[in-house]
Each structure stands twice: as C-alpha cells, then as structure tokens.
Design a protein around this ligand. Structure first.
Ligand SMILES: NC(=O)c1ccc[n+]([C@@H]2O[C@H](COP(=O)([O-])OP(=O)(O)OC[C@H]3O[C@@H](n4cnc5c(N)ncnc54)[C@H](O)[C@@H]3O)[C@@H](O)[C@H]2O)c1
Ligand SMILES: O=c1ccn([C@@H]2O[C@H](COP(=O)(O)OP(=O)(O)O[C@H]3OC[C@@H](O)[C@H](O)[C@H]3O)[C@@H](O)[C@H]2O)c(=O)[nH]1
Length: 346
C-alpha cells in the first residue's frame, strides 16, 4: 500500500496492511479476470468509465445502479456481453459481490437532483459509502470514491489545492451533497487507517460531455439544450461566477490512472480552464446560434462564486492533464444532443 511523497496520508500514523484479496488471485492454475464494480455505472461519468473498462478483455465489469438519474440506455451496448453484469440495487442497502476493485460513483450529481430528496442524498453518501467500504474490507478490494470540488464549498482560496479545507455551509440546501461527500471522504480515510483498506479519492470538478441527461439541470447541458430548442440561455445571476469544465474522456482517464496508481489522494481531477457563466453562454451562442438570447435568472442559495482546480498533484503523481479544450468538447456534446433532441444541423 502506498503512502508516497506528497501524499496526504504520509502525515498520519501508518495504516494497517490491506486485507488479503481472494485466494483465487494467487492461484497458479487459473488467471481470473479483474472483477470491477462500478456503482452509479448507469449514469453520465459511470457509463463512460464502463465503456473504457470494457475495452480490456481482461476486465469483468459489474454495474450497480438504482436508476435514479442513470439509465439502462447508457449501457445498452454491453447488456448480454459475457464480461458485463448489470444489477438494479440501491447502495444504501448492503451488497454482497466478489470483486477486486470498486469505483464508487453512485450519487445524484446535479444540484436539482441532489436537492430533490436531500435526506436520500446524504444517506447515499454516508450509508452508501459505508456499505461499499464494508464490501471492500470483506473482499480486500481497492476502492475509489468520486468526491467533488464541492468539498471546497464557496472557496476562499483560488485556485483550489487539495490541502485547502474548504468553506462549506453545514446547514444549507447544498449541504446534503457537500457535507455528504466530506463525510464520505472521512469514512474512506478512517477505513484506510483502521482497517488498511486501499483507498483512492478523486475530487472531480465540473464534467460535461455526451450522454448527460438532456434535463440534467447542470449548466452545460442546460445551455446546449436551450440553444438547440431556440430558447434563451438561463444565466443565473450574477453570471460572473466561474467554473472549470472537464471533458468526460479526460475525466475517465484521470479516474483510471488514480485507481491504478499508488496514491490515495485526495487528488483534484478537472480542467483548470476557468470561465464565467456569461462567457460560457457566449461561447455556446457562438458555436450553435448567435441569435439566441441570454436571460439573467435568479440564482440558488450558496452557489460557489469561483472554482478552478490546481492540478499539480494529478500532473506530478498520475502524469495526468486534460487534453480536450472547452471549444473542442462542446461541439461533441452538441452533436449528441442534436441526435437525441432530433434537431439536425442546418
Ligand atoms: N459530473 C460532474 O461534474 C461531477 C462533479 C463532481 C463529482 N461528481 C461525482 O461523480 C459521480 C457521477 O456523477 P455523474 O455526473 O455521472 O452523475 P449521474 O447522476 O449521471 O450519475 C450518478 C449515478 O448514480 C446512480 N445512483 C444515485 N443514487 C444511487 C443509489 N442510492 N444507489 C445506486 N445508484 C445510485 C444514479 O442512478 C446514476 O446512474 C457522482 O458521485 C458525483 O458526485 C460528478
Ligand atoms: O441553467 C443554469 C444552470 C446553472 N447555472 C450556473 O452554472 C454554475 C454551475 O452550476 P451547475 O449546476 O452546472 O453545477 P455546480 O458547479 O453548481 O455543481 C457541479 O459541480 C460539482 C459537482 O460535484 C456537482 O456534481 C455538479 O453539479 C452555477 O454558478 C449556476 O448558478 C446557470 O447559470 N444556468
């Protein structure tokens, strides 16, 4: 188990050795495939991750999802494949499967969905993560949590480094998600220190790309869908708030490098290109239709005013950096949205 240079765990007491994996792993007679569980694998990032994992014939992928925001459609091409299994299951209930790695993504990610049933969101983050850690402990699996830039809250440091502890409202309407993910990170490190579980934590910054729900509610999907429907782009006030947008293929690459590497994290995975929401609206207009209007609408409480990852760690420890610029990624998403909305390019 690695606690390497620059790793935050090196400042804590030495963790226990990890629990042993299944005896089958050391068999000299059979060479079993690597069994990988992806929770939330029917969602946006999860399904792209599954596509990448399934490219390797030595992997067997099990997806667990309750289909709250995810869909079987995202996995259609793998259903029936001998290396693939899809289980309808809610991670707030215990799960008994035999696996070697766990990518734990299950959790609604768009603010409109995680605020829809905040108690369920926090249960998913806390009980769901506890269940996946219990599973990792029993079977000796390595587990990766997709945490979030929202652990930095409305950040007072800019750009955000992993060492920054954040500025989060513990009782606000976003807290079910922000604080839920913070507790999930705590649980990961406690299981690591107390039980020697091999953990990996990715702090994901806003990610976009094909396959996002058309009505996901996040800003990139909203603007593209609005532009294609000839509706005004709804910029939430003041419009000067910033985000950094990472294309989904870069994100998946970062997650796999983190899982396969020697560093527990937390590690920021995101694209440091920073845009105001007004700039994003102007870029979408320029790409899709310059006659589209922009409408300033009310914002929601506790919306972070700025967000930009410092990716020095991802760069140095994982050899990772994003490749796809916003202006390259948006047209790929536009094409996917055109197909799904049935709006051909003029
Ligand atoms: N996309 C982003 O910008 C972003 C940013 C930061 C963190 N993340 C994290 O990445 C992960 C995936 O995000 P996404 O954008 O693909 O969102 P998504 O909503 O498309 O995917 C989440 C998936 O989890 C499933 N799910 C939700 N609750 C569940 C439960 N209790 N049991 C089983 N399955 C459940 C959903 O049905 C869905 O398939 C989430 O953990 C999210 O917090 C995403
Ligand atoms: O129609 C819209 C939607 C959103 N916005 C603005 O766009 C910005 C980004 O909002 P989004 O809803 O896309 O996403 P957020 O940045 O708030 O959270 C996101 O990033 C962190 C992840 O963990 C979350 O899963 C993800 O939703 C906000 O400032 C919001 O006010 C608009 O201007 N118009």
């Amino acid at each position: 188990m690695a606690a390497s240079n620059g790793d935050m765990t090196s400042t804590h007491s030495a963790p226990k050795p990890p629990p042993s994996p299944s005896p089958l792993r050391s068999s000299r007679f059979s060479q079993p495939k690597l069994r990988i569980l992806v929770t939330g694998g029917a969602g946006f990032i999860g399904s792209h991750l599954v596509d990448r994992l399934m490219e390797n014939d030595k992997n067997e992928v099990i997806v667990v999802d309750n289909f709250f925001t995810g869909s079987k459609d995202n996995l259609r091409k793998w259903i029936g494949h001998p290396n693939f299994e899809l289980i309808r299951h809610d991670v707030t209930e215990p799960l008994l499967v035999e696996v070697d790695q766990i990518y734990h993504l299950a959790c609604p990610a768009s603010p409109i969905f995680y605020k829809y049933n905040p108690v369920k969101t926090i249960k998913t983050n806390v009980i769901g993560t506890l269940n996946m850690l219990g599973l990792a402990k029993r079977v000796g699996a390595r587990i990766l949590l997709t945490s979030t830039s929202e652990v930095y809250g409305d950040p007072l440091e800019h750009p955000q480094k992993e060492e920054y502890w954040g500025n989060v409202n513990p009782i606000g309407v976003r807290s079910c998600y922000d604080e839920g993910k913070r507790v999930a990170e705590t649980l990961m490190f406690d299981y690591h220190r107390q039980h020697g579980i091999e953990i990996r934590i990715a702090r994901i910054f806003n990610t976009y790309g094909p396959r996002m729900n058309i009505d996901d509610g996040r800003v990139v999907s909203n603007f593209i869908a609005q532009a294609l429907r000839n509706e005004p782009l709804t910029v939430q006030s003041p419009g000067t708030q910033t985000r950094s947008f990472c294309y989904v293929s870069d994100m998946v690459d970062g997650l796999i490098r983190l899982m396969e590497g020697d560093h527990t994290g937390p590690i920021n995975i995101g694209n440091p290109g920073e845009f105001t929401m007004m700039e994003l609206a102007e870029t979408v207009k320029e790409l899709i239709d310059s006659s589209i209007l922009v409408k300033i609408v009310d914002n929601t409480p506790d919306d972070p005013r700025q967000r930009k990852p410092d990716i020095t760690k991802a760069n140095n420890l994982l050899g990772w950096e994003p490749k796809v610029k916003l202006r390259e990624g948006l047209p790929l998403m536009e094409e996917d949205f055109r197909q799904r909305l049935g709006v051909p390019k003029k």
